[in-house]
Design a protein. Structure first.
Length: 569
């Protein structure tokens, strides 16, 4: 009986639908497209995917999953001047890494012959014509939404003429920009996209798949809906900026489709604070060497987040957390950080590492002794087990964990006071050694041999304020760490209306490199992309360029969670 109730509750949770899911649910009930659900994710291979694309991926693949349908991966490769195979490969790697499997892999360029045939059909029916005016003239003639447009002098040219020129354009006879094919729709429509939109442009460019076969390429609007139709997509989900394109999407389908046809639906794109989210801007950062490539861990790209130590689960959870909305807003970067912290807290093994070391010498511990102490791998996960870590007379602790003239509430190490070394002993600060510049080079202490953690003695149960992490100097492994911070110092670097450029807001302190860090020897086993919690410091992952002789860790995120504090307010 009790079990029944629990199942009901779970069911309820799973059946709460976002607005796109409600639309699809309705379509299924009404038997639209025989109740089939087929979505697609349609990236243009002109850059690496970013976290905004991840939202669209989670949505499209999630819909297919939820309604027992399919999701295609389609490369929207209709603009050869910006597209490359490198991007195609990276996009596939990122989607797979996120944990999704596409049903079919397609390329809009595979449909170029069909699109060309449809264009000819439209010309023959008097619904498309070749215009020879310069682009500026065409734009000017569209006027404004509240005024009637001006018809092109070529609008009513004979069909035969348009057909002949269109073929010449295809064969490479005409120069880039000299002619275009336009749909003949309505120069007075309040929707500017309906004022005789461009269908094809001339481009003598090498295409990453079709090579030099084509000298003309279809515009997005003449390729997208048709590609959806060819693939029998049922729900074509895109971001809000395409809402105004929907009548045109429908108009083109009216000309060519019979039977099942796709429906376009729009949702709000993801905007994230303290970053930029357009491939064009991200490319600029890469090309101007303002970051170290597309997968720089400060980039909002999926490959950057991966290198930073984000998990696929954390990104999928993020997409779920923010949901799908009809209106645009800016999501706080702290929400994303919260999601990765939550996941890593459950999954990342704990280790001890000191990033800014100072020597701690235990005067009453014998010089040549060392012992192995037991440490839990992850207190949040019962099955994670424990490991041994070496302890000896000379240790490293964090420089900021000692203060010579400490205020009362400094619960770390100072002279004459006790603290616990985690998983080890209680120690007391005794003296310090400084160099000529006044920097502390050694801290001397004494330890209580009966206070070993977990030994069960009275001394081990003694409560002292403050626990420090440490590593044994002679056993420690040296490494380098990249401490990353936000790439921009302004919450909305690209949204300024004051004429400033988004690059003006790059945070000069977004990367701090520390190269004299020490970790317990267990890290020698770590492989690139392995993730850890450095106790008391944060979450870190092994960089992809890291080797045993040159160990590099990237900081994913600090331990502090500013977002949940905000939520509680
Ligand atoms: P960008 O402006 O970053 O270049 P785009 O929209 O041109 O992005 P596409 O490759 O055309 O990039 O996008 C593929 C799919 O991802 C589209 O369906 C698009 O709507 C969606 N998408 C792109 N950016 C976002 C975003 N910030 N949030 C949600 N979905 C997005
Ligand atoms: Mg695009």
């Amino acid at each position: 009986m009790k079990q029944d109730i629990i199942n009901k509750e779970e069911e309820n949770e799973n059946t709460s639908l976002n607005f796109i899911e409600e639309i699809i649910d309705n379509d299924i009930k009404e038997g639209v497209n025989n109740g089939r659900v087929h979505t697609r994710f349609p990236p243009e291979p002109n850059g690496y995917l970013h976290i905004g694309h991840a939202k669209s991926i989670c949505l499209n693949f999630g819909l297919a999953d939820r309604f027992n349908g399919h999701c295609n991966l389609r490369f929207d490769d209709t603009n050869p001047s910006k597209e490359e195979q490198e991007y195609v490969d990276a996009i596939k790697e990122d989607i797979s890494w996120l944990g999704f499997k596409w049903h079919q892999e397609h390329y809009a360029s595979d449909y170029f012959d069909q699109l060309y045939a449809w264009a000819i059909k439209l010309i023959k029916e008097g619904k498309a014509y070749i215009d020879e005016q310069p682009q500026e003239e065409i734009s000017k003639q569209r006027t404004t939404p509240t005024e009637p447009g001006i018809e092109s002098p070529y609008r009513n040219r004979p069909v035969e003429e348009s057909l002949k020129i269109f073929e010449e354009m295809k064969n490479g006879v005409h120069a880039d920009g000299s002619k275009i094919l336009r749909a003949k729709i309505d120069m007075n429509s309040p929707n500017m996209h309906m004022r005789d939109p461009i269908m094809y442009r001339i481009m003598h460019a090498h295409h990453h798949r079709t090579g030099d076969k084509w000298n003309i390429y279809p515009m997005y609007d003449f390729a997208h809906g048709q590609s959806d139709y060819i693939e029998k997509i049922t729900h074509s989900v895109c971001t809000l900026e395409f809402e105004n394109h929907r009548p045109l999407y429908e108009w083109f389908l009216d000309q060519i489709a019979d039977g099942d046809r796709p429906k376009q639906r729009e949702f709000a794109r993801l905007n994230l604070s303290y970053t930029v989210m357009s491939k064009r801007k991200l490319l600029e950062l890469v090309e101007k060497d303002l970051v170290n490539g597309w997968d720089d861990p400060r980039m909002p790209t999926i490959s950057g987040l991966r290198r930073r130590g984000y998990t696929p689960e954390s990104i999928r959870n993020f997409a779920n957390t923010i949901g799908v909305a009809k209106r645009e807003n800016i999501i706080d970067l702290a929400v994303l950080e919260h999601c990765v912290r939550e996941d890593l807290n459950k999954t990342a093994p704990r280790i001890m590492a000191v990033v800014d070391p100072v020597k701690l010498i235990i005067d009453n511990y014998s010089d040549d002794k060392s012992e192995m102490l037991i440490a839990e791998n992850n207190p949040e996960n019962e099955n994670s087990g424990s490991r041994e870590m070496p302890f000896s007379k000379v240790l490293y602790i964090e420089r900021e964990d000692f203060m010579e003239d400490a205020p009362k509430k400094f619960f770390r190490l100072t002279l004459g006071k006790e603290v616990r070394l985690k998983n080890a002993y209680i120690i007391k600060g005794e003296s310090i050694v400084k160099d000529n510049d006044g920097n502390i080079t050694e801290i001397h202490c004494t330890y209580d041999p009966d206070s070993k953690s977990g030994s069960g003695t009275e001394a081990s149960k003694r409560k002292v304020k403050g626990t420090l992490h440490w590593v044994s100097a002679k056993h420690a492994v040296k490494f380098k760490t990249n401490l990353y911070d936000r790439l921009f110092s302004n919450a909305d670097p690209a949204g300024k209306k004051d004429g400033s450029d988004f690059k003006d807001y790059i945070n000069p302190d977004s990367l701090k490199v520390l190269d004299n860090c020490y970790a317990e020897p267990s890290v020698l086993e770590a492989k690139p992309e392995d993730r850890f919690q450095f106790q008391r410091i944060g979450y870190f992952c092994v960089d992809k360029d890291s080797t045993k002789d040159n160990l590099i860790f990237n900081r994913t995120v600090t331990l502090k969670d500013s977002w949940s504090k905000q939520k509680k307010k």
